[in-house]
Design a protein around this ligand. Structure first.
Ligand code: PLP
Length: 385
């Protein structure tokens, strides 16, 4: 199988599976129990937090709270934002956020909260002129993503958050960094320095599913989303998922090492080769966000005359996995909302496929995929050259 849907999920590293198996068989204790403490499970949790801080360059006093994943982290951050805006002020997000942020904002708007949406340019980048025009001191919460899950566009987060800090000192700032973390080296000071809350998810960087977290910076104080036994400093109750936390820790540490060894540039070579071949064989193909700064592994592209849904199914039948975009809308035949917001026509948006590579993909795999696309285009005359 050629797996090129790594923005949807990644294959856990073998070391992750090994450590999880250990925690599910011989070290299955409750971390808060006497056995758990004797067996050093608290240290397992602390070293997982340290591994996450290293991966994003956060400071030792930035708190890491484990959740069931980025959806929960985003939900928590937005709930806190709504609390802070109640009775005064307004809250901001972009029009292209993942549904776990976008739908949380929609629901707040239905409840009467003053919600404003930042639009994007043709390249899928936040419109900073619009931001400049709308931000005022009544802004209480902003949630702006770091890198987009479909286009891979890396947003000008620092510019946006600096402007917000300057004009709205009371604003709590959150970023959904789920797609950026693990795919690019992050300079915390340069990119995340103004951010208070950062969401991440283990399964996007070869860790387990069902584990992620919220990094709390600048001493931000949050109300708990889940109350109960008081675990994690009363911020997120529930018995700690030690197998997942142990697996996440291993994935984060290995990913830090891979990024240090510039493996992201190797992934970029594979993605760039893919785009070169696509542009050569299909000169009318479009690549969304190609003029913007993007994740090195992602290509959101469309071949005129094709139907993305059909292609995903045909390719899957041949053992090649790509997607039509956001995995959460993968069952829908609606084309990418993000592409429509970037002012692509409905017909063009219906052709879009997302290629997302990982450290494991090779140039040879790209050749197999591109040759198959070319063969389909000539054999079935489904794709216009
Ligand atoms: N945010 C972004 C940008 C994502 O791409 C995803 C997953 O696709 C999520 C949030 C949700 O992450 P999780 O699966 O950990 O809930």
């Amino acid at each position: 199988m050629i797996y090129l849907d790594n923005n949807a999920t990644t294959k856990p590293f073998p070391e992750v599976v090994d450590v999880m198996t250990q925690f599910m068989t011989s070290r299955f204790w409750n971390a808060s129990s006497a056995y758990g403490q004797l067996d050093g499970l608290e240290e397992v949790v602390e070293s997982a937090k340290a591994a996450i801080r290293t991966l994003i360059g956060a400071a030792p006093d930035d708190e890491v709270v484990f959740t069931s994943g980025a959806t929960e982290s985003n939900t928590w951050a937005v709930a806190e934002g709504a609390r802070r805006a109640s009775g005064c002020g307004w809250i901001l997000t972009s029009a292209i956020e993942h549904p776990s942020v976008g739908e949380a904002f929609d629901s707040l708007q239905e409840q009467g909260v003053d919600v404003r949406l930042l639009q994007v340019t043709r390249d899928g980048v936040f419109d900073l002129d619009e931001l400049e025009a709308i931000v005022d001191s009544n802004l209480r919460f902003a949630s702006l993503m770091f890198a987009h899950n479909e286009t891979g566009v890396i947003q000008p987060l620092r510019e946006a958050t600096s402007l917000i800090r300057e004009r709205a000192p009371e604003c709590l700032i959150h970023t959904d960094a789920t797609q950026a973390i693990g795919k690019i080296p992050i300079s915390f000071a340069e990119e995340l320095g103004e951010v208070d809350l950062i969401s991440f998810s283990g399964h996007k960087f070869h860790g387990p599913k069902g584990i992620g977290g919220l990094v709390i910076c600048n001493g931000a104080q949050l109300k708990p989303l889940i109350r109960g036994g008081g675990q994690q400093n009363n911020l997120r109750s529930g018995t700690l998922n030690i197998p997942a936390i142990g697996g996440l820790s291993v994935a984060a540490s290995k990913t830090s090492r891979l990024l240090k060894a510039n493996q992201d540039t190797v992934v970029r070579t594979v993605r760039d080769y893919f785009e070169q071949r696509i542009s050569c064989l299909f000169p009318k193909a479009c690549i969304l966000g190609s003029q913007a700064k993007r994740l090195p592994n992602t290509s959101f592209f469309g071949i005129p005359g094709s139907d993305a849904d059909d292609l995903v199914h045909i390719l899957a039948g041949e053992g090649m996995i790509v997607s039509t975009g956001s995995s959460c809308s993968a069952n829908s035949i609606e084309p990418s909302r993000t592409a429509l917001l970037m002012k692509y026509e409905y017909k063009e948006a219906s052709t879009l496929l997302r290629f997302s590579a990982s450290y494991e993909n090779t140039i040879d795999e790209v050749d197999v995929l591109v040759n198959k696309l070319y063969e389909l285009s000539s054999r079935e005359h489904k794709l216009a050259l």
